[in-house]
Ligand binder design. Structure first.
Ligand code: KG4
Ligand code: ZN
Length: 374
């Protein structure tokens, strides 16, 4: 198995990332070049600009990941790369580079599903050994980010991970709802962190939002699905019927003039009604995520839940998940903040069992923007 060193590369969205991870859990380096500030100018990710930035960043980011790990390229045992899902052009930058790098080093190339990476972001930091994971049955994984809201049953059997999708959003991802609602309210991009912090100042019970139950499954094979486009529309309607538009435009204009507004700056620009709306939105989204996850946990009789992806950084989500899991005698785990959002350590970690199984990708590896897991 050589040194057990995997170089991971991730470029599926707006982060160019490279990391070196030993044996699937020991993170030697984790370098991320984010393009967030550039995309913030446009209020969202612009695919063409993302690809161009990845091209600019990939060489220095990989070089820096090796430097921080204190190793040379020849020490690497395999190169792992995100094959999908994600933006086609963005994925292609990482894949082309990883292919060329692996070929030049004469080392194997490993294709990783981005969603599997998010799940491993939690598992790799676990104190549990793979052995205990195998004996304890399936783990329920909620991957909740700007692009995904998916529930998986993850199982480990004789060193091989398998995943079964047991729920997903039928429209917007939860992080997307955060970003869209923040935009409606004149807050900056990405909106999740702003909504998270401003929620503390509002009354979460002020505006009652309701979620419709969605289940595409059958009695034998239920599906624990999500929908977040309705709440975005409900927020928009609330804004319109409560005459909030002028104040929102004022806030947007004021924030555009600030290079990097602080929480105090943004808070000062929000009246009580806005803060109540923000807190109510967050309470509704978090409540829905937890309800569906707990229903799935009960149905599949799992004892362990992992929550990952950008929205897993949310403080209310973490604390309420812990409370609800505690009540039911379940374990819930989250990745550290740096591992919640897109990174390459999670890709290198997810590649480790594939390396051990000799599951390598050929030179024909291509980007699969709609790649599914399970
Ligand atoms: O995993 P990630 O970095 O990229 C994707 O794969 O999408 O997730 C980014 C998403 C954005 O929608 C952002 O608004 C959301 O995660 N996010 C949050 C928080 N931090 C990031 N949402 C709610 N609360 C947060 N603290
Ligand atoms: Zn992601």
């Amino acid at each position: 198995m050589g040194n057990g060193l995997i170089l991971g590369i991730e470029s599926s969205c707006d982060e160019t990332a490279a990391a070196v991870v030993r044996a699937g859990s020991d993170v030697l380096s984790n370098v991320v070049a984010t393009q967030m500030q550039m995309h913030a100018l446009y209020g969202g990710v612009v695919p063409e600009l993302a690809s161009r930035e990845h091209l600019r960043n990939i060489v220095p980011v990989v070089r820096e990941s090796l430097r921080q790990a204190g190793i040379e390229a020849k020490d690497v045992d395999a190169v792992a790369v995100t094959a999908g899902p994600g933006l086609a052009g963005a994925l292609l930058v990482g894949i082309s580079y990883a292919k060329a790098y692996a070929y030049a080093l004469g080392k194997p190339l490993i294709a990783v599903n981005h969603l599997e990476g998010h799940i491993h972001a939690v598992l790799m930091e676990g104190s549990e050994s793979a052995g205990s994971m195998e004996s304890e049955g399936s783990t329920l994984a909620l991957v909740v980010s700007g692009g995904h809201t998916h529930l998986y049953l993850a199982s480990l059997d004789q060193g091989i991970w398998s995943y079964r999708n047991v729920g997903r959003t039928v429209d917007d991802a939860a992080g997307e709802a955060y970003d869209k609602v923040a935009k409606l309210l004149g807050l900056g991009y990405p909106g999740g962190p702003w909504v998270d912090r401003l929620s503390a100042f509002g009354n979460p019970k002020a505006v009652p939002f309701r979620f419709v139950e969605i289940n595409r499954g059958t009695v034998d094979e239920p599906s624990f699905d999500f929908s977040f486009s309705g709440i975005k529309t409900a927020v928009l309607r609330y804004i319109e019927t409560h005459g909030m538009k002028a104040a929102i435009e004022e806030r947007r204009t004021a924030l555009e003039k600030m290079a990097s507004p602080t929480l105090e700056d943004v808070h000062a620009l929000c009246d009580a009604e806005t803060l109540d709306l923000i807190a109510s939105f967050q309470a509704a989204v978090v409540g829905n995520l937890i309800r569906q996850t707990m229903a799935a946990a009960q149905h599949f009789d799992v004892k362990r839940i992992v929550v990952s992806g950008g929205v897993a950084a949310n403080r209310e989500l973490r604390s309420r998940f812990e409370t609800e899991a505690g009540k039911r005698g379940l374990t819930v785990r989250f990745p550290a903040a740096a591992m919640s959002t897109d990174n390459a350590a999670m890709i290198a970690a997810a590649a480790w069992p594939k390396f051990a199984q000799g599951e390598f990708a050929g030179p024909a590896l291509n980007a699969t923007p709609q790649l599914r897991l399970g």
